[in-house]
Design a protein around this ligand. Sequence first.
Ligand SMILES: *[C@@H]1O[C@H](CO)[C@@H](O)[C@H](O)[C@H]1NC(C)=O
Ligand SMILES: *[C@@H]1O[C@H](CO)[C@@H](O)[C@H](O)[C@H]1NC(C)=O
Ligand SMILES: *[C@@H]1O[C@H](CO)[C@@H](O)[C@H](O)[C@H]1NC(C)=O
Ligand SMILES: *[C@@H]1O[C@H](CO)[C@@H](O)[C@H](O)[C@H]1NC(C)=O
Length: 175
Amino acid sequence: MHFSVGFLVIMYLIEGVHSLVEFTNFECELLDRSFCGVEYCRIKSVNRTYKYLSLKVNLFKTPVTDVKVNTAFYQRLNGYKPFLYNVTVDACKFLKNQNSNPIFKFVYGVFKDASNLNHSCPYDHDLLVEKLTTETYNHYVTKVLPVPEGKYMVKMNWIAYNISRAIIRLYITLT
Ligand SMILES: *[C@@H]1O[C@H](CO)[C@@H](O)[C@H](O)[C@H]1NC(C)=O
Ligand SMILES: *[C@@H]1O[C@H](CO)[C@@H](O)[C@H](O)[C@H]1NC(C)=O
Ligand SMILES: *[C@@H]1O[C@H](CO)[C@@H](O)[C@H](O)[C@H]1NC(C)=O
Ligand SMILES: *[C@@H]1O[C@H](CO)[C@@H](O)[C@H](O)[C@H]1NC(C)=O
C-alpha cells in the first residue's frame, strides 16, 4: 500500500515535464551460457528520429517455471546513481495478476505489446521483443510517468530458479 501511494505521489510531483526519449545503448550480458543465449540484442536506427530495439533470447533448459526480475532505474549524474526504484517481482505470479506490482506493471506495459512474453509461466520458447520503438517510450515517459530530462539506465537482472542468468541494460536520454 505504502509502495503504490509513493508511486502515485511521484507521478504527480513530476507531471507536466515533457520529454522525448532516445535510446543510446542496449546491452545484454549473459551470466550463464548453459541456461540461455542471445541471438540478437540491438538498437536499429532507421533515421535520426526513428529507432527501435529488438531482442531474441534462446532458452536451453525449458520449460522455465520460476522467474524473477529485478528492475532498477539509474540516473547519470556523477556516474549512474540509483533513481526512484529497484524492485523485484516474481514474473510467474505477476503475469497472473498484473496489479500485484504497480512499478513492474509500468515497466511491463512499455514492452508487452512488442513481445511474446505476455503469458504466464511456463516459458518453453525463444523470448522476443521486436521493434520496440521510442514512440512507445515517449508515450509512457511523457504521459504515464513523466521524469525530468537527463540520461538514464534501466537495468534488469533476470533470475531463474534463484540464479541470475542475464542482465539487460537500456540507456536512454530524455530531452
Ligand atoms: C523516419 O522513418 C520513419 C519510419 O520509416 C518515417 O515514418 C519517418 O517519416 C522518418 N523520419 C524522417 C525525419 O525521415
Ligand atoms: C538493486 O539493489 C540491490 C541492493 O542494493 C543491488 O544489489 C542490485 O544490483 C540492484 N538491482 C539492479 C537491477 O541494479
Ligand atoms: C499476447 O500478445 C499477442 C500478440 O500481441 C496477442 O495475440 C495475445 O492475445 C496476447 N496474449 C495475452 C494473454 O494477452
Ligand atoms: C536465493 O539465493 C539467495 C542468495 O543468492 C539466498 O539468500 C536465498 O535463500 C535463496 N532463496 C531460495 C528460495 O533458495
